[in-house]
Design a protein around this ligand. Structure first.
Ligand code: C2E
Ligand code: MG
Ligand code: MG
Length: 577
């Protein structure tokens, strides 16, 4: 009897323990984000656990109910799901499938695991189901932004330049001709200033949509910037195509654009046309030539189409008088470098400085690089200027390194043309040796546009620079996104998120989603991230929170003259001690 009592007690305790365990498993599975499906092959039992109702309206009562899952997903995912739902038939252990549900909104991940007995026969199956809609939409958004302009749905500038570069390569092989049309809305500034940006944006969007209808086959279009679009035509009869497109645009503009406010607007456009290979032989130069043709056309009166020829180029250079001035400035050494500090977001310690060129003209006015660098790039003056920048910044760094006794990073902006120069690598390395500077304390900044045109050539140069131990950073990232796919292949150290992004990060949730994705990606690729143009405390706090490594912007410091920079270095030096 005693023995029986003892066994009864034992059973009671076991029962309680079992109940406790069951409760625990139920709570755990209920609290899990997602649902589980458990099947026992031996007992032919199936049950659903966790948040099942959040995904599916049907219940899981018997083994065959599993087929209902195939009816819940979008048609195009049925076979993919079927493949992994019955993984035991392939003798495999695990598999994952991402499927879209029938509602066409919810993305679900099915993660299947099969357990086998020693003899190899399947005993149990567990399927973990989770909602991945947010992650998928982030990815889709990134992919979309890699190719398209979100306002108009046309290609974005960077992707367009890439496609155009391919056209150019093709055309040079087969002796084809390509036409580029730049289309610029006349008096757009008046519309924007007078009617407001919202109206301006809607007009840009509507006209962009209309241009999209004109694209087919080898006719592609992009939204270049503000009210400017570009069409590239790579067809045997491209000359006739330009006329047809021009005709269609003229026809469309006879009718007004009806905006959502009810207002109607008539617009006119000016068009510039340049041809490969007559005007230029690279994508960016071609666009440039067509832009110069529009510029010329507009100066003669609006609502025109103007074709590029070499006299326009000479004219253009003459009118801006920049060429001569630049030549003089180089001879008289009227350039000076300013330095903008970059700080680690957590410790606020100095990470490095970016050298930014300033041009002091005869009247001691400062001319900003955004004004003269593009002109210097056009006429080749960037080569001697760039050479001076590289030497001056390395020399200055050597002096400061010696004077203040601690290392930091000197970032130097490099133009596409400089990379193309054969002796570029030697000249950088030569300066490092001359001034006794460690290569890993120097960082060269390249922009996406450098990469787009001739990825392979630039890639080879970067590889050699990296072999010398020099750091490479990708500047102005985020405006075009087209180098996203290249990122995994590029041996870069740092990625600088463009100011345009930082500007809207606090007000635009899409920008936030993308910025966070970029930072995650940068971390996964083990690069360093720098946010450019940080002006406000709240931007800084947000960026620090999402894991951005380095902050550069007016909030911490504007670009400083060498004398001002020395004060910063002195303070930093005291901090180091
Ligand atoms: P970047 O390389 O993206 O340089 C950052 C620009 O953002 C600098 O303009 C800097 O003064 C500005 N900036 C930094 N923080 C803030 C901020 O918080 N708010 C605002 N509004 N602006 C901020 P900067 O000096 O006018 O240079 C413009 C561009 O000119 C540079 O863009 C770079 O692409 C080019 N550049 C400058 N120096 C050189 C150079 O030596 N060589 C070459 N090739 N290009 C240069
Ligand atoms: Mg830069
Ligand atoms: Mg930048």
């Amino acid at each position: 009897m005693n023995e029986l009592n003892y066994q009864l007690e034992q059973l009671k305790t076991m029962n309680e323990e079992l109940k406790e365990k069951e409760r625990m498993y139920q709570l755990v599975s209920k609290s899990a984000v997602g649902a589980f499906l458990y099947c026992s092959f031996e007992k032919r039992r199936i049950c659903a656990l966790g948040q099942w109702e959040e995904f599916f309206e049907f219940e899981m009562k018997e083994m065959n109910d599993i087929f209902q899952l195939l009816e819940a997903v979008d048609e195009s995912y049925v076979s993919k799901l079927r493949n992994i739902l019955f993984l035991e038939s392939q003798g495999k252990e695990t598999a994952i499938a991402e499927c879209l549900l029938k509602d066409k909104r919810t993305w679900v991940s099915f993660c299947v695991r099969i357990y086998y007995a020693e003899g190899g026969q399947p005993t149990d199956k567990v399927i973990y189901i989770s909602n991945i809609t947010k992650y998928r939409s982030q990815n889709e958004e990134l992919t979309y932004m890699a190719y398209y302009d979100s306002m108009t749905g046309l290609y974005n500038r960077n992707y367009f330049v890439r496609l155009l570069s391919e056209y150019v390569k093709n055309a040079s092989e087969y002796n084809h001709v390509i036409s580029i049309m730049i289309i610029d809305i006349d008096d757009f500034k008046n519309i924007n200033d007078g009617q407001g940006i919202m109206i301006g944006d809607e007009l840009v969007q509507q006209f962009g949509c209309f241009l999209k209808e004109l694209c087919r086959g080898n006719i592609i279009a992009c939204h270049l910037h503000s009210d400017v679009y570009c069409i590239a035509i790579h067809a045997p009869n491209q000359k006739a195509c330009v006329e047809v497109i021009y005709g269609e645009i003229q026809k469309r503009l006879k009718a007004p654009f009806k905006l959502s406010s009810g207002k109607e607007f008539y617009i006119t456009v000016s068009i510039g046309v340049a041809e490969y290979p007559e005007a230029a032989t690279s994508a960016l130069e071609l666009i440039n030539c067509a832009e110069i043709a529009v510029f010329k056309g507009k100066s003669l009166g609006k609502d025109v189409i103007h074709y590029f020829d070499s006299s326009i180029m000479e004219d253009f250079m003459g009118t801006i008088e920049l060429e001569e001035k630049l030549k003089k400035a180089i001879a008289n050494q009227n350039f000076i470098l300013y330095y903008q500090p970059q700080y680690y977001s957590g410790s606020k310690k100095l990470r490095g400085v970016e050298a930014l060129i300033r041009w002091q003209d005869e009247d001691s006015h400062f001319i900003q690089p955004s004004v003269f660098i593009p002109a210097a790039e056009k006429n080749g003056a960037i080569i001697p200027i760039g050479k001076w920048v590289v030497e001056q910044s390395i020399k200055q760094y050597a002096i400061w390194r010696q004077q203040f006794g601690f290392p930091f990073i000197m970032s130097i902006n490099i133009s596409a043309l400089q990379y193309k120069k054969e002796d570029f690598v030697e000249s950088v390395v030569g300066n490092l040796n001359k001034y006794g500077v460690a290569p890993n304390e120097i960082e060269l900044e390249i922009t996406e546009s450098v990469l787009i045109e001739d990825f392979n050539a630039v890639y080879e140069k970067i590889k050699i620079l990296k072999e010398h131990g020099i750091r490479i950073s990708l500047d102005d990232f985020g405006t075009g996104f087209s180098s996203l796919a290249y990122l995994t292949r590029l041996p870069i150290d740092t990625l600088k998120i463009d100011k345009a992004f930082i500007d809207t990060v606090m007000t635009d949730s899409t920008t936030r989603v993308i910025t966070e994705s970029i930072i995650h990606m940068v971390k996964a690729l083990k690069f360093e991230s720098i946010a450019e143009g940080v002006e406000y405390e709240e931007q800084y706090h947000y960026l620090e929170e999402i894991g951005c490594d380095v902050i550069q912007g007016y909030l911490f410091s504007r670009p400083l003259s060498p004398i001002q920079m020395e004060v910063v270095l002195k303070t930093e030096g005291n901090r180091v001690e």
